[in-house]
Design a protein. Sequence first.
Lengths: 112, 104, 132
Amino acid sequence: MSDPISNIEGDIRVNGTLSCDGDLIIDGQLEGELSVKGNLTITEIGNVGANTEASYLSVAGKLKGEISAEKGVLIKSTASVLGPIDTSEIIIEDGADYSGAINMNVELPKNL
Amino acid sequence: MPQTTIGKSLLLEGELKGKDGLIIAGKIKGSVEVSGALSVEKEAVVKADIKASNVKISGEVKGDISSTGNVHYMENCSVTGNTTTSRILIEDGATIKGSVHINI
Amino acid sequence: MSKKVQENITTFHKDISFNGKVVGDEKIIIAGHIEGSLKTSQDLTIEKSGTVKADIISSNLILNGTLVGNVNSKGVVTITKSGRMVGDIKSKNIIINAGAQYKGTILTKANSKLNSPQKRSANKNSRLKTKR
């Protein structure tokens, strides 16, 4: 059986960490701490204020917090993201809003 | 890509060097050393010693010129400095203040 | 052989290197190596072979090559697939393509869409459900 996909709609306030072993889709509002072992998707109407840890993160809505995504991050054109990101690869689409520090490995040539 | 072109509005202060040719239409202060041909355009002002293969000067140069090829002083160019080369061609109206050594 | 100078574009060929200050009012394309500082009121493109160690002030910036330095752009900064950058970016907007590598702090003017989520206690209509 494949990992279950969880879905948040409406407003959730979490005191403590919301953790999820599989994938998670957020369609509503969430505040708290987020730890997702699988892929985390914040849809266009999603609004998250949380330090967030996920395997892969895709944001089309709002996200504010410290972000860590081992496999990669996709900030879509409708997204608005604020906070540092620690990851291995990132895509920021045209029209997306992002401000923060991005930490990723950069291979530099010998002459720099 | 065409050879390196320093456009009219540009001001460079520093060392420019390389293996290719060079067209200068802007201003350079410092040094220029290329293994290819160099053209100093009419509007250019070069305050630098120049090393190149062939050199064509239509603008202003204040510095010494060292050419492994030939140096062509165009009409109305202005050169203040010493030239060392193996062949020269001077157009009518060129101004040269300095010595020209032609090596054979 | 005489060449017509393209008055509006400055290009640095890949076999050329410059160490020092560059200031201009035209488009600049860099395929070679530049160290120092770069300032233009127009667009700047660093080609795949370009290696730049300099702070840059420009209009739009396209990075296909490697940049170590801070960018202050009036327009959009785009880091493409082959782009590699370490440094901070201040610009109107930023686009990072798949395959790009970037490390630094980004500050865009447009971060006004973001509002804090409203603080509300969980209500009956909230659902946290698990699909299997």
